[in-house]
Unconditional design. Sequence first.
Lengths: 203, 191
Amino acid sequence: MSQENKSEVITPPGNWQLDLSLFLAFLKIASVTVGGGYAILAAAREEFVERRRWLSDDDFSEMMTVIITVPGLLAINSAIYLGWRLHRFTGAFAAAFGALLPSVTVIMLIAAGLSAITGFLQSPWVQGAFKGILCGIIAMIGLSAVKMGKSNLKNLFDWCVVIVSIVGIAAYHWNPAILIVCAIAAGILKVSLGEGKKQEEKQ
Amino acid sequence: MTPFSLFLHFMIYGFLCFGGGYMLIPFITSDLVNGGYLSQSAFANLSSIAQITPGPIGLNTATYVGFLQSGVFGSIAASLGLVTPAFLLVIAALKLLKRYKDTVWIKGFLAGMKPASLGFTCAALLIFAGMSIFTSSLPFADWFKGVWTSVGIRWWALPVTALAAVLLKKTKIPFPVVLLICALCGAFLLK
């Protein structure tokens, strides 16, 4: 969290209106995105970093590391993380409830046997619309990846981790859990070697 | 299953789904399908529904299975069960991160996971491209072996993506409106 980033960040007033806007923001994000986790994250970045400025780029990168590592669904984890950071328990509940509501409602209606909904969702128009939304989501994820790249790609180590995880997931469908464990182990190794060097230089 | 046992089952899945919602699928097949709580055909149905609806696949599964087992309360119990561990784990992780932020462990964790999370984001980008811009997922594994497998391109998706990027980057139009424009373009051009 660097100083110049911090000055841009707006701290919202901690009252019930904050809970309401967290609920509405996640309700909106979860209703308009298709594709789950990473799509919702890109939308959340657009909403909370670019527009409302409640978080800095660094805060968002830190959030990504936590919610990917902790077991659970990315969408819900990110809602809980943001809600808790901005307004503790009530914020976390409000945000998670907003993120849950749209898909729980739609799936309940489908499971209740409303075959009209399934038919509607399978119609070529709706499927085309979903593909169109995915194009928009690709643009959104692409823009956030560029922003993340500017602050996260500082040395050869970073580039290696990025390339290995892209190839591992997109090409070879490795289990992300294994990649997470390897990335954390490599990071700890790198930092402890770096600290060792610093101490040698001091001596 | 009663709503209470659904809650407990899905709470265990919530603790175990390390690496995102897709990791739930093996647990569901081994536990619920083999245990006779969910038929093979209902599971296949569920997978196809999860692909055509918004929302996280793990949550969709919980709601659907919960409803088949015991109605609206079952749905709510299963979904709440799935997200309960996340509350405990995310908040615990935030506290640990704050308390131990100057240790080698947390510095190393951030050093490794920051680039990895960027990598996962880029991988998600490629996977989504395989569902929209291209007609199938990109066969990188073949390409790395030197085998040329061609992929169909939906040409109309390229200008739609470019339009979305320009609108998001250069204008103040809120993203739900941008996505709505994309949906309309898609309905007419990509169906």
